[in-house]
Design a protein around this ligand. Sequence first.
Ligand code: F6R
Ligand code: ZN
Length: 185
Amino acid sequence: ISVNMPPCVAFHNGHFTAEDLITKVTRSGDLAGVFYDTDAWRALPPETAIYQVEMLKSPQGEGELYAGTTHLNPGRIGDEFYMTRGHFHQRREQGEVYFGLRGTGLLLLQDEQGKARFEQVSPGSVHIIPGATAHRLINTGTEVLSALAVWPTIAGHDYAALAQGFALRVVLQGGKIHGKEVQNG
Ligand code: F6R
Ligand code: ZN
């Protein structure tokens, strides 16, 4: 028989072994307006790496899928834990699956009515993100949080729809991880 070697992802750290990877680093300077403590955000060197996405190249089109790992560093800006920007998919009906691989954190999910909830992310956790649901990873631990994601190539990203931010923030308060509701307006 003839067998092709597919790319591999290491389940202990989420790194891919593949010839052709796409990688993108998001730095604190890219995240203006994302963290609520703007003084603390300004005090951080803008080149500080917050997260990195590494993904496989995929054919484009209806029915095709991307696979990519997000590596979210541990840390806080002020008392707020490092997190991804978060987004709805441009094609609202398109869902996604996240798999926790390394580290611990939260997946913040929010529907179009603004109702938000958390899922605990840890090695082996499986998260079905339904359509029309914005999603953001938050690293509440002390090591890198790595999560593998699989999503349709046609999904796209809509960051603008969340310009006002999510309804919940996660902060360290009195040494404890605390979710707090954001007052709108
Ligand atoms: C793709 C997806 C993830 C994120 C990544 C970075 O649909 O959900 O690959 O793109 O975690 O987060 P954002 O895109 O919000 O900066
Ligand atoms: Zn997504």
